[in-house]
Write a protein that binds this ligand. Structure first.
Ligand SMILES: CC(C)(COP(=O)(O)OP(=O)(O)OC[C@H]1O[C@@H](n2cnc3c(N)ncnc32)[C@H](O)[C@@H]1OP(=O)(O)O)[C@@H](O)C(=O)NCCC(=O)NCCS
Length: 391
């Protein structure tokens, strides 16, 4: 691509009306590709044209996965067929269970998930088959298997044996069952279903971009997912939900909030769970999670973490004009549900894998290698100097 064409490309902006600098840091505002999976328009997030509010209020997670991959909501027969295929795929190879059991105790669950998905590729009969049919079979298996992987990691960290998935249960129920080892209760299943729907896809976020870049080289689907897991882990992306809960626990009580936040802002520290690269007027998923956090707190008879979150939300709006993102209220919601903190980002992974897979399928349907340019700003005209003549 010529420099002239590169300049044109980098000038494309996300339609904010703001002129994008030629090489914006962090690719802010750069439109890197076209996609028909999800869109962010103002404060509206849609999956295939359906608003997130509509889907989170009405849809089962499996319907949303189908929608993301196939572009339409399934009818009854299509959903039954899709669920039957998912339910046959929950089991994971013994070698993956062994890996989960033998992982060092101080390794973060996201690292175990990343390695476990990499290991799944050894045993998937379709790993090397890149046809669309094989890719859909692998996507179906990965979506079910990741639920079992995270459930098993949760059990092993509690010193318990992993629970065998139950094929008759849907993804949310199976997940709650495999984490707790108990009959899944309706409240937890409903909350997990909504959380999975809300986190499933989000346009060209950092981990999705990683997944698309990896498979654009025609590397296999598992490699694309492994890249994405590594990217999601960071505290500026999916890792923020854990950081939020650790902050709430560190603050401890309502009366300590003001001093803590003022001090952190004075030290130019970031308050996790606030701000967003794209949403400047608010994240549409946050209001759902805010309500769920309150509801869950009330049900458990302890709204402390919700109440504290609301106070922090108010301070951040007043002092920094920053609003909560998807990770802020999901932290107190998961905590009230009894999910261990180090599994918050893994829960995000159980959901976002469906979005990564939708993007991988879309990328491969009309693939062109993703290979942008960098503007070189280092020195030129250097000459090799033998080592003993160098200063
Ligand atoms: C999401 C995030 C990475 C977006 O980053 P970005 O678009 O590169 O925005 P920047 O980090 O450049 O922030 C712009 C300004 O807002 C401030 N800011 C952004 N998020 C902030 C936060 N959470 N707490 C305090 N200040 C924040 C920055 O310090 C910066 O201020 P400055 O212009 O005075 O230097 C950023 O808001 C952040 O780090 N948030 C916390 C992590 C998080 O919750 N991530 C999950 C995202 S869904």
């Amino acid at each position: 691509m010529s420099v002239e064409k590169l300049e044109k490309t980098t000038e494309a902006s996300a339609g904010s009306g703001k002129k994008t600098p030629k090489n914006p840091a962090g690719l802010e505002g750069v439109v890197a590709l076209e996609s028909s999976i999800s869109s962010i328009i103002g404060t509206q997030l849609t999956y295939r044209g359906y608003t997130i509010d509509d889907l989170a209020s009405n849809a089962q997670y499996e319907e949303v996965v189908y929608l993301l991959w196939f572009g339409k909501l399934p009818n009854r027969a299509e959903l039954d067929d899709f669920r039957a295929k998912l339910s046959k795929s929950f089991e994971i190879p013994r070698q993956v269970i062994d890996l989960i059991k033998s992982a060092p105790k101080d390794v973060h669950p996201m690292d175990v998930i990343r390695t476990a998905v990499s290991l799944l590729a050894f045993y998937d009969p379709d790993t090397k088959d890149m046809s669309r049919e094989a890719n859909i079979r692998k996507a179906t298996r990965l979506t079910a298997q990741i639920t079992t992987i995270v459930g098993a990691i949760g059990r092993v960290r509690e010193g318990e044996e992993p629970v065998t998935p139950r094929p008759e249960l849907d993804i949310s129920s199976n997940f709650v069952y495999m984490l707790s080892g108990k009959e899944p209760d309706e409240v937890s299943v409903k909350a997990i279903n909504v959380a999975l729907v809300l986190h499933a896809d989000h346009e060209l976020n950092a981990s999705t971009f990683s997944a698309r870049g990896t498979v654009s080289t025609l590397a296999d689907m598992h490699s694309g997912v492994v890249s994405a897991i590594g990217t999601l882990k960071g505290p500026l992306h999916g890792g923020a939900n854990e950081a939020v809960m650790r902050m709430l626990l560190k603050i401890g009580t309502m009366d300590k909030i003001d001093e803590f936040i003022e001090q952190a802002l004075a030290n130019k520290e970031k308050i996790m769970g606030f701000g967003h690269r794209v949403y400047k007027e608010g994240d549409p998923r946050a209001k759902f999670l805010r309500g769920m956090s309150q509801e869950m707190g009330k049900l458990k008879g302890d709204t402390r973490w919700y109440d504290m979150s609301v106070r922090i939300e108010k301070m951040m709006a007043e002092e920094k004009k920053l609003l909560p993102n998807v990770d802020f209220f999901s932290a107190s919601m998961y905590y009230s549900l009894g999910i261990p903190i180090e599994l918050f980002t893994p829960v995000f992974t159980v959901s976002r894998i469906s979005g990564w897979l939708a993007h991988i399928l879309e990328q491969l349907s009309d693939n062109r290698l993703i290979r942008p340019r960098a503007e070189y700003v280092g020195p030129l005209d250097q000459r090799y100097v033998p080592i003993d003549q160098r200063p």
